[in-house]
Design a protein around this ligand. Structure first.
Ligand SMILES: Cc1cc2nc3c(=O)[nH]c(=O)nc-3n(C[C@H](O)[C@H](O)[C@H](O)COP(=O)(O)OP(=O)(O)OC[C@H]3O[C@@H](n4cnc5c(N)ncnc54)[C@H](O)[C@@H]3O)c2cc1C
Length: 195
């Protein structure tokens, strides 16, 4: 992409090979690639970002890292979590570890964002889901519940903080949610927390 064109609203995209595309709207994706140049120059191991252990130590035991730029152990694999809650929670644990706490960071992924009039809240990670159950409420209220072979993995909630809160607590407790209850927006989900 070389430049966008249009008056008042975008109408075209000029590419570096000279082609011009008609465009109705643009989605700009920024902040996706981790900035690892400094870590690379320091000679620490990279693996989808700066590879750290569960305590936040890089391959150089004197260098620690936290936040978007790191990949860390999670449920038998490694992830890089790009969210404010992770940047804060991981950094707090890593700071304690620099002071000698020796604590593993156990990520509990969650995310929020306000997109115009939609409050988006996500609990868990839906990677590897096999089923998704939609809970469509009134107006712009909805939540999407992701399962892998019956186990609840993640909940995406739009303007539905209650669904988000219940989903988050269920996921953190290692509990699941009956898909039939979830699918019916009239069903109170709170009893699931006591099951
Ligand atoms: C467009 C956009 C929207 C987002 N919306 C949300 C949202 O709604 N909710 C949410 O939870 N998260 C959101 N995020 C993600 C959130 O911004 C990040 O997860 C969070 O900022 C990560 O914090 P951090 O401290 O790890 O890294 P950053 O905030 O990226 O800070 C890293 C800093 O290090 C600096 N730096 C890098 N290399 C060097 C170097 N060599 N020397 C000196 N300084 C260096 C950078 O300039 C930067 O200031 C969004 C991100 C983007 C890009």
């Amino acid at each position: 992409l070389q430049r966008l064109t249009g008056t008042g609203a975008v109408s075209g995209a000029v590419l570096s090979d000279g082609r011009e595309l008609d465009v109705d709207f643009v989605i700009a994706g920024v902040g996706i690639a981790p900035a690892t140049a400094l870590a690379e120059a320091a000679g620490v191991a990279l693996n989808n970002g700066i590879a750290v252990d569960a305590q936040g130590r890089t391959s150089d035991p004197h260098i620690w890292a936290a936040g978007d730029c790191t990949s860390f152990p999670y449920q038998g694999g490694r992830i890089r979590l790009e969210s404010v809650p992770n940047a804060i929670d991981q950094a707090e644990v890593v700071a304690e570890n620099i002071m000698g706490a020796g604590k593993d960071y156990i990520a509990k992924p969650w995310f929020w964002s306000d997109q115009y009039d939609v409050k988006l809240q996500i609990a868990g990670l839906n990677t590897g889901y096999t089923d998704v159950v939609s809970r469509i409420g009134a107006g712009q209220t909805a939540s999407f519940w992701y399962y892998r072979d019956g186990a609840l993995l993640a909940v995406d909630a739009m303007n539905d903080p209650r669904a988000y809160m219940i989903g988050k607590r269920l996921i953190e407790a290692g509990k699941t949610a009956d898909p039939a209850m979830v699918a019916d927006p009239e069903t109170d989900l709170k009893p699931l927390l006591k099951a």
